[in-house]
Design a protein around this ligand. Structure first.
Ligand code: SAH
Length: 213
């Protein structure tokens, strides 16, 4: 459990980096990031830094989680897809704002662990699916909001297709090691509007289900 002081500093850092939405801040104050970080790194869970998790992946920097969630403008009735479950932290935040959340990861181990965490926390509106999230979840589509938390060269076509008209997708775009841009895509009646939000650095979106168990 974080101390009151740690929570205050955590929220202060979020605000100072531009996370202003009251509902987003409330969700981030409520969900304990320490529960999504393992072992030696747990002591740094309330710092505004990305941290290593299993399978060579990372839990994103809290301010980036906040800014992506804020950009997605989630409403309580929304069905949300997240690609890149990782630790499950981003999905847990989304679960506080949306009606239902589906989250997909190509590492079964991460998917399983996240599922256990959601069960422990009583977050019953999240469904975890192992798989290649770049194909989305055709059976659950269309989605009101889609968040991609791994960098693609372009927004994946199947995800664009699974976005409801009026829906918003937030996705980091660019080469894995070079500069990436966080893009907000809005689906209109006639096409897609693209807005560049800021530069970011994410692990790459990788094809196919991982072979490790
Ligand atoms: N949102 C996570 C952090 C994501 S790290 C959190 O809150 O902790 C990026 C994740 O994307 C990794 O777990 C990686 O396994 C996953 N990933 C990469 N390519 C993927 C793909 N094609 N489909 C699904 N998940 C993918």
């Amino acid at each position: 459990m974080p101390s009151a002081e740690q929570i205050m500093q955590f929220v202060f850092a979020l605000r100072s980096k531009g996370v202003r939405d009251a509902e987003v801040l409330k969700a981030m104050e409520k969900i304990d990031r320490g529960l999504f970080v393992d072992g030696v790194f747990a002591s740094r869970a309330y710092e505004d830094v990305p941290l290593p998790i299993a399978c060579g992946q990372t839990i994103s920097q809290p301010s980036i989680v906040g800014l992506m969630t804020q950009a997605a403008q989630i409403s309580p009735r929304d069905h949300v897809l997240e690609v890149g479950t990782g630790s499950g932290y981003q999905a847990a935040i989304l679960s506080q704002l949306a009606r239902r959340v589906w989250t997909v990861d190509r590492h079964r181990k991460l998917a399983r662990r996240a599922e256990d965490r959601f069960a422990e926390l009583g977050l019953t509106n999240i469904t975890v699916m192992p798989g290649d999230g770049s194909f989305g979840l055709p059976d659950q589509a269309p989605f009101d909001r889609i968040l991609v938390t791994a960098a693609a060269e372009d927004p994946p076509g199947p995800l664009l297709a699974q976005l409801r008209i009026g829906g918003i997708m937030v996705v980091p775009v660019g080469q894995s090691d070079a500069v990436q841009s966080l893009i907000k895509v809005t689906r209109t009646e006639t096409g897609y509007d693209y807005e560049e939000l800021r530069s970011v650095r994410f692990v790459p979106l990788v094809e196919g289900l991982a072979t490790d168990r």
